[in-house]
Ligand binder design. Structure first.
Ligand code: AMP
Length: 113
């Protein structure tokens, strides 16, 4: 399985995931190896390989991903204490899955960048 198809299969419900939110544009699910008490991934329902592939046609999806991530932070009640939203791009940032994803991290004091 190529590493982009893991997330495609999660959207298609072909492999199990702890999905906490989905709509016609995005899917959000718990990270399998959480780095914080709250660690959720928000992904577009169409394949965008990395932030290098954001373009005029798909750019509104990113705003929706951010909106959904913030709403999840509010729903999980980590918005007052704070949280971090990260998008890794390619090898220097440690992007392992070639399918654009937003990490929502919170529930503890996070290390400074
Ligand atoms: P990145 O390093 O930004 O590419 O992050 C990829 C993330 O995907 C990592 O935090 C992994 O723990 C997570 N991950 C990989 N496979 C799965 C899966 N099947 N279900 C949930 N999260 C996953």
């Amino acid at each position: 399985m190529s590493n982009d198809s893991i997330f495609k299969k999660i959207i298609e419900k072909k492999i199990p995931a702890n999905i906490i939110y989905e709509d016609e544009i995005v899917t959000a699910f718990k990270d399998i190896k959480p780095k914080a008490p709250i660690h959720i991934l928000v992904i577009p329902n169409i394949l965008i390989a990395s932030s290098n592939d954001i373009n005029k046609k798909n750019k509104d999806i990113l705003g929706h991903m951010f909106y959904v991530a913030v709403n999840i932070a509010k729903q999980k009640k980590i918005n007052k204490e704070g949280y971090r939203i990260i998008v890794n791009c390619n090898k220097n940032a440690g992007q392992e899955i070639n399918y654009l994803h937003m990490h929502l991290l919170g529930g503890k004091k996070l290390n400074a960048l």
